[in-house]
Design a protein around this ligand. Structure first.
Ligand code: ZN
Length: 205
């Protein structure tokens, strides 16, 4: 059972909207740590949506989400988590989860158009107001883009013990979801080496 946390406590935020949603469930405290859920109230969802504004485009004014919106987001998160985990492991996803992500993506109403100059940053047009359900559809659409496009190759489950997060390996030297995970693994390796050294000097096998 996860305890509730805050969006600002998420170890990784701003990775990719779809992964940011999956990564709202994280472990605080490493291997023997505790599972934390940063999306347990409508206010948490409002914080999370605000944190996505830069990536998902202008989102104001987003009305305060209702409890039903929170349920819709956490339902999509469950399906997305399983689909992303399967993709990162090279397995096929459960068809029910694929269908749930597709259903959310189908509600996406945005179109992109050429800017006046005919090239340059695309202009996004939407006939749906910036409601939480429009944001949900947009997140589902970014998930479809991620899992069917060139970024799929970069998708990784963080290999640090006691971490459940996903990230995009945008740089060959990026081995962990976050600096925190990298540091924890380095500290664990260091203390293991010291322990091995102590064992050797005591003549242990
Ligand atoms: Zn990690």
């Amino acid at each position: 059972m996860a305890i509730s946390g805050r969006v600002r406590d998420m170890p990784v935020l701003g990775e990719h909207p779809a992964l940011d949603l999956v990564n709202t469930v994280f472990i605080r405290g490493g291997l023997r740590g505790q599972l934390v859920d940063a999306l347990t109230t409508p206010a948490d969802l409002a914080d999370w949506i605000a944190a996505q504004a830069e990536v998902l485009g202008p989102l104001d004014p987003v009305p305060q989400p209702r409890p039903e919106a929170l349920t819709a987001f956490t339902d999509l998160r469950g399906s997305l988590h399983r689909v992303v985990a399967a993709a990162a492991a090279g397995r096929e996803a459960d068809p029910a989860d694929t269908a749930a992500v597709n259903a959310a993506s189908r509600a996406h109403r945005d179109t992109v158009e050429l800017p006046p100059a005919g090239h340059g940053p695309a202009v996004r047009r939407t006939d749906a107001p910036d409601t939480p359900s429009a944001v949900l559809a947009r997140v589902a659409r970014t998930a479809v883009d991620l899992l069917t496009g060139p970024q799929l190759e970069q998708l990784r489950a963080c290999p640090a013990p006691g971490c459940v997060l996903f990230y995009l390996r945008t740089h060959p030297r990026r081995e962990w979801c976050s600096k925190g995970c990298g540091n924890r693994v380095r500290v664990a390796r260091h203390s293991r080496r010291q322990q091995d050294g102590a064992d050797r000097s005591r003549g242990a096998p």
